[in-house]
Ligand binder design. Structure first.
Ligand SMILES: N[C@@H](CCC(=O)N[C@@H](CS)C(=O)NCC(=O)O)C(=O)O
Length: 213
């Protein structure tokens, strides 16, 4: 049993684990990393399955509170600890709804439907099978939705919430970086956005913390 007050983050080495390391770094929170990597078999042990029945990383433990899903971890940490850093999600219902709109948009349209499809049927095709057409439409789908994100950012900017950086920027940045790694072209406005978000000190700290050794 972990100590009651200890913060533990399970998982390194993926864009999804990076999100959790990043929000913890933004808020300068102490935590212990369990450096478990993807597809190493470590996610399917009995001990880990008890903590996260999905057998996926990341998982975050805040004392006795256990949470999975990278976006939920980002938003939980930002809500619980982010006030002092002006990083908490908005509390006004409509502003919060717009924030949620960004988060769900990123997780569904830029992650699950597109990047993850490309990864599954590209790098991991030995497990999930070849599906050239699915990859092609996922790349096109990503570009279309990235253009939509660029339009919204152009109206609001420089961050998802306008003036201030938030957890939704962590989610968006991780997906845009994933697209660049796969040579998906992005509009200039998103390149300029990435220059802003990836120059943050906490981003470098998170990249280091997320390295698998
Ligand atoms: N929706 C989840 C997805 C998590 C996920 O798919 N994690 C992958 C690594 S990126 C994983 O743990 N796969 C299982 C394994 O590697 O054993 C999240 O955002 O946290």
């Amino acid at each position: 049993m972990e100590q009651s007050g200890q913060r533990i983050l399970w998982g390194v080495g993926t864009s999804r684990t990076l999100r959790a390391h990043w929000i913890l770094a933004e808020l300068e929170l102490d935590y212990v990393t369990r450096p478990m990597t993807s597809r190493s078999g470590e996610t399917s042990t009995d001990q880990y399955s008890h903590i996260n029945p999905s057998q996926k990383i990341p998982t975050f433990q805040d004392g006795y509170f256990t949470l999975s899903e990278s976006a939920a971890i980002v938003n939980y940490v930002a809500t619980r600890y982010g006030q002092a850093f002006d990083l908490a999600p908005p509390t006004d219902p409509q502003q919060r709804a717009l924030y949620d709109q960004w988060c769900f948009f990123v997780m569904m349209e830029l992650d699950a439907h597109t990047l993850y499809v490309i990864r599954k049927h590209g790098d991991l095709s030995n497990i999930y099978g070849e599906a050239e057409q699915a990859i092609r439409t996922a790349r096109e789908g990503f570009q279309k939705q990235a253009n939509a994100a660029a339009k919204r950012l152009d109206q609001l900017g420089p961050y998802v919430l306008g003036a201030r950086f938030s957890g939704a920027d962590i989610l968006l940045t991780s997906c845009l970086n994933g697209a660049l790694r796969r040579s998906i072209e992005l509009p200039d406005i998103l390149h300029r956005y990435l220059e802003r978000t990836t120059q943050r000190t906490a981003y470098y700290q998170a990249m280091r913390a997320n390295q698998s050794v």
